[in-house]
Design a protein around this ligand. Structure first.
Ligand SMILES: Nc1nc2c(ncn2[C@@H]2O[C@H](COP(=O)(O)OP(=O)(O)OP(=O)(O)O)[C@@H](O)[C@H]2O)c(=O)[nH]1
Ligand SMILES: [Mg+2]
Length: 266
């Protein structure tokens, strides 16, 4: 297997998409185990971002961040996005847009894509890969992904695929066939590897990212300084710590509100 990133660090992938499209199921297929809860339900199953890690056989360490259906205009959307950025300590190597061949591409999904661009800038498309879930249904109908897209691809989805450099994979998250399971993950990893090399090994970052990371680093450094302070009582140290945490939380709230506002404009 090829080299994935310049320093062979872990690769971080984030799964985004409408609720019920199969983000958690796809995360489990990538990890090769049932790490995320995936269920048939009319309302959202995953409610908070979650990170799980696997060490691919003969391959890289892969972090997978599963997200809730962030873009349904929920109150917690801003908070979850900030949390997701915070979780991706070393940046995000690829963003996986999860669509399903079992449901029609919706206006909400188009809006989600535009929101991601508004929030993170146009360059974010260079990090995107599209996964279509429901490969079993297409197989049942003896169709390929290209057949499906040939008859069922509205213009906005066509545009998204073009912007994403046509990087797309069909996933069947229900299959028991080991070869098929490995094959689809390998196809994804090949695209991830391509994305990483096209981006010169640099994970995604932008001002919002940098600002958040700086704040977290500052807080961690401050905490270390306090712990090494001499001549203060336990109570005084804990009061200083509390004030610092409060300041950090206020900053985080400010950023979270900003993200939230952008979400509501769209
Ligand atoms: N037939 C079929 N069903 C799938 C596939 N992938 C996911 N599903 C089903 O779709 C339903 C929703 O899957 P989830 O993984 O929970 O979807 P999600 O996007 O994580 O949903 P939220 O957490 O609510 O945002 C479950 O019943 C899955 O079994 C697939 O490839 N084929
Ligand atoms: Mg889920």
């Amino acid at each position: 297997m090829g080299k994935y990133s310049s320093s062979n660090e872990a690769i971080t992938l984030v799964l985004v998409g409408r609720t019920g499209n199969g983000k958690s199921a796809t995360g489990n297929s990538i990890l090769g185990r049932k790490a995320f809860v995936s269920k048939t339900r009319s309302s959202g199953v995953t409610s908070v971002c979650e990170l799980q890690t696997t060490n691919m056989k003969d391959g890289p360490i892969v972090n997978v961040i599963d997200t809730p259906g962030l873009f349904a205009g929920t109150d917690s959307a801003g908070k979850e996005i900030v949390k997701c950025i915070d979780m991706a300590k070393d940046g995000i190597h690829a963003i996986i847009l999860v669509y399903s061949v079992r449901t029609r591409f919706s206006e909400e999904e188009q809006a989600t894509f535009l929101t991601l661009q508004a929030l993170f800038g146009h360059k974010i498309v260079d990090y995107m890969i599209v996964i279509f879930t429901g490969g079993d249904e297409l197989e049942y109908n003896e169709e390929t992904l290209d057949d499906y897209l040939g008859r069922e691809c509205p213009q906005p989805l066509k545009d998204i695929l073009i912007l994403c450099g046509n990087r797309k994979v069909l996933f069947d998250n229900r299959t028991q066939d080991k070869t098929k399971k490995l094959g689809q993950v390998q196809q994804l990893l090949n695209l991830v590897s391509m994305v990483i090399s096209d981006n010169s090994g640099r994970p995604f970052t932008n001002e919002l990212f940098i600002e958040l990371k700086d704040k977290a680093t500052m807080r961690d450094n401050q905490q270390k300084v306090i712990e090494s302070l001499k001549g203060y009582s336990k109570e005084e140290i804990s009061e200083i710590k509390r004030q610092m945490q409060q300041k950090y939380d206020e900053e985080l709230n400010r950023i979270t509100n900003m993200v939230h506002v952008i979400f509501y404009i769209f």
